[in-house]
Design a protein around this ligand. Structure first.
Ligand code: ADP
Ligand code: MG
Length: 250
């Protein structure tokens, strides 16, 4: 079955501790598309990303989320990840005591197992991850360090891209992957994201600066305000926002 709709969100309402944060949001992302969501601080972008990924602190009070037509609104985060949703964090956490390569292998194997695919032993996994890490131009020494511990901002973001590449998800959501990066690191991350994209999957990029979109060309740019998408356009919107600020949208 060839399903074109990767992610479909219908009339989504979300609250956290009785405060409503997302108020009637609709979104359709088809196979092979890159979508960008922009918006002021506090407009609900990260909340949306976390809700799509199944973060337990956020309560969906109304509406539905579908992944390839499968209703995942109330599915656990782990299940969603196995079904093909990857979330790259705005602030990746440091986990001392857990080596990066062990973490990556665990994540990979648990997805493989759930999908009845072959799991890899440490040796075979090393070959796979070695190939992936070289492709994104990241030093292999990061594999043996503890997960994100002492990584610079740019290195943490690169490690998120490594995970994205390894898990090869249907939908990758990247929340402010560009924050804190200098221009070279930004270009490098953007190139890697472009290389990982293909016609079988989709990417949702969250950013509040236009500059990332100079390198990654989205098919659609959505502007979020107060928990809703208030405008959808092409990438020219991002340029106008950069010039005139978010008030331009009104
Ligand atoms: P953005 O990513 O667009 O800057 P967020 O989704 O992070 O916005 O936040 C949207 C609003 O929801 C903010 O007012 C924020 O304080 C609030 N919010 C998000 N998560 C929580 C939480 N766990 N508890 C209380 N308020 C939250
Ligand atoms: Mg945010």
């Amino acid at each position: 079955m060839n399903i074109q709709n990767i992610l479909e969100i219908k009339n989504l309402h979300v609250s956290v501790k009785d405060t409503s944060i997302i108020n009637g949001l609709n979104l359709l992302i088809k196979k092979g598309e890159i979508h960008a969501i922009m918006g002021k601080n506090g407009s609900g972008k990260s909340t949306l990303a976390k809700v799509i990924a199944g973060h337990p602190n956020y309560k969906v009070t109304k509406g539905n989320i579908f992944l390839c037509r499968d209703d995942i609104t109330h599915e656990e985060a782990e299940k969603r990840s196995h079904k093909g949703i990857f979330l790259g964090f705005q602030y990746p956490v440091e986990i001392p005591g857990v080596s990066n390569i062990d973490f990556l292998r665990l994540a990979y194997n648990s997805k493989q197992k759930e999908n009845h695919q072959k799991e890899l032993d440490p040796l075979l996994f090393f070959n796979l991850i070695n190939e992936k890490i070289k492709k994104i131009d990241m030093d292999t020494s990061f594999l043996n360090r503890n997960l994100n511990e002492g990584f610079s901002g740019g290195e943490k973001k690169k490690n998120e891209i490594l995970q994205m590449s390894l898990l090869n998800s249907k939908l990758s959501i990247l929340d402010e992957i560009d924050s804190g990066l200098d221009i070279d690191a930004l270009r490098n991350i953007a190139n890697n994201i472009n290389n990982l994209m293909n016609s079988d999957k989709s990417i949702l990029i969250i950013t509040h600066y236009q500059r990332l979109l100079d390198y990654i060309k989205p098919n659609y740019v959505h502007v979020m305000n107060k928990g809703k998408i208030v405008y959808t356009g092409n990438k020219e919107v991002a340029t106008e926002i950069e010039k005139h600020g978010y008030d331009y949208i009104k």
